[in-house]
Design a protein around this ligand. Structure first.
Ligand code: PMP
Length: 457
């Protein structure tokens, strides 16, 4: 089916409309159109209920690093379910899978990050980091140091605190967000926002100056931390311009403000290094991981922290008698076992190297597509990229039309505003990168032809 066809009575599509309320849709539109039922997956491909095959150009939700058929993850989950399907990590209890994955993450992450804490989603992880930061400021006797800086178009999830740090209007509007302790600085979108003749470095300096101005206006002693995705994902794949992170980190350091690197999309090889903090020379106090940590086969996220971040929190919990936070599923044994196997496979298959090796092809194919009459520009790093489509009269309609035409060509991507975003599974091959972008090229041609025909009528 296409997204705009009417579902047959009693079909899965019709029952879906009847019984499920979906995330991230226009509910009234969904009632009419329903959704595309995806039935199975294999490698970089998924298949819909009619059997049509698609290359998953966004790896699900920027997440299925190993593709859709990694049997080893299924085997590990099965074995763990038989051995110890559930246990918790509360109240002086622990278990092997959580210990093993924590050790592994500490080993592969930047050296100064020395402990891992587990949650189940990116939103939960970022929400907890906000709580940890507030708890830590109280522990340090700085109860006024609580404000959190996010960025316009930044995405850190949708729970109340994480959603407040997110800087996208649709995640705030009508939800009574953001909380008033959360403030937002500029988006480092050089392509859209640079002034005439401004170099990338000058633009980055201007972003840092705007940040400093905001900190001074708010009062440096009131600001605890800044959150940032090394490369912005859900805001439309916005790659930081030259010097951006160095300039931003210098400002944060000057005012004793923590940096939280949200590596939920970038982590585990996406940018061609294990973590984007290595790609951009970022030294975060906290690193947040999810998605590719388990290839999303199980819900899992992790917060990696430095000793300096941990120590005051540990002292405060000792004073109170408990760190009063945790979830039933914190460090879930099946999720952490799957996560560990997933990280081992990323290492064994050198998928970080695969992303680095295929990046020049991936980025040059995107750059070629940007020469199409319907396209305006391209950008990217590693295996994360976007093709900007020239706007039509109705905002976002052009990119939506191309994305729809791509589905017909068997390619799934995500259209965010006017940007078509690509983030394929890390197992993708050279041939599959070419097939994916051949499909995009055909879709662009077909949409251009249809638009020309409509204009001629
Ligand atoms: N942070 C980033 C950078 C993300 O891209 C996302 C999800 N797209 C989240 C946090 C939230 O993760 P989740 O959907 O698992 O709550």
């Amino acid at each position: 089916m296409t997204l705009d066809s009417v579902p047959q009575p009693n079909s899965p599509e019709a029952r879906d409309i009847a019984y499920q309320m979906h995330p991230m849709v226009d509910q009234r539109r969904y009632e009419k159109t329903g959704g595309l039922v995806i039935e199975r997956g294999e490698g970089v491909y998924v298949f819909d209920s009619s059997g049509k095959r698609y290359i998953e150009g966004l790896a699900g939700l920027w997440s299925v690093a190993l593709g859709f058929g990694e049997k080893r993850l299924a085997d590990v989950a099965y074995e763990q379910m038989q051995k110890l399907p559930y246990y918790h990590t509360f109240a002086y209890r622990t278990h092997g899978p959580a210990i093993d994955l924590a050790e592994k993450l500490v080993q592969i992450s930047p050296e100064h990050l020395t402990r891992a804490h587990f949650t189940s989603s990116g939103s939960e992880a970022n929400d907890l980091v906000v709580k940890m930061i507030w708890y830590r400021s109280n522990a340090l006797g700085k109860p006024e140091k609580k404000k959190i800086i996010g960025r316009i178009k930044g995405y850190h999830g949708v729970t109340i605190a994480a959603g407040s740090v997110t800087g996208l209007p649709n995640n705030h509007r009508s939800f009574d967000l953001p909380l008033d302790r959360m403030i937002h600085t500029l988006t480092p979108d050089y392509w859209r926002e640079a002034q005439e003749g401004e170099s990338e470095l000058d633009f980055s300096k201007r972003m840092a100056a705007a940040l400093e101005e905001m900190i001074l206006a708010e009062g440096p002693d009131t600001i605890a931390a800044m959150f940032g995705e090394p490369v912005m994902g859900a805001g439309g794949v916005i790659v930081p311009p030259e010097g951006y992170w160095a300039e931003i980190q210098a400002v944060l350091k000057k005012y004793d403000i923590l940096l939280v690197a949200d590596e939920v999309i970038c982590g585990f090889g996406r940018t061609g290094k294990m973590f984007a903090c290595e790609t951009y020379d970022i030294r975060p106090d906290v690193m947040v991981l999810s998605k590719q940590i388990s290839s999303s086969y199980m819900p899992l996220s992790a917060i990696l922290i430095s000793d300096d971040f941990y120590e005051p929190i540990a002292d405060e919990s000792h004073k109170i008698g408990v760190f009063g936070h945790g979830y039933t599923a914190s460090g879930h044994p099946v999720a952490t076992a799957v996560g560990l196997e997933n990280v081992k496979i990323i290492e064994e298959k050198d998928l970080v190297g695969n992303a680095a090796r295929l990046a020049p092809l991936f980025l040059s194919r995107l750059a070629d597509l940007a020469k199409h009459p319907l396209a305006a520009a391209s950008r990217g790093v590693g295996l994360l990229g976007a093709l900007e489509i020239k706007p039509w009269e109705t905002p976002n309609a052009a990119a939506a039309a191309v994305a729809e035409a791509m589905m017909e060509e068997g390619v799934i991507c995500r259209n965010i505003g006017e940007a078509l975003c690509f983030c394929p599974p890390l197992i993708i091959t050279e041939e599959q990168v070419n097939a994916m972008f051949d499909g995009v090229a055909t879709a662009l041609d077909k949409v251009a032809a249809a638009r020309a025909a409509a204009a001629a009528e």
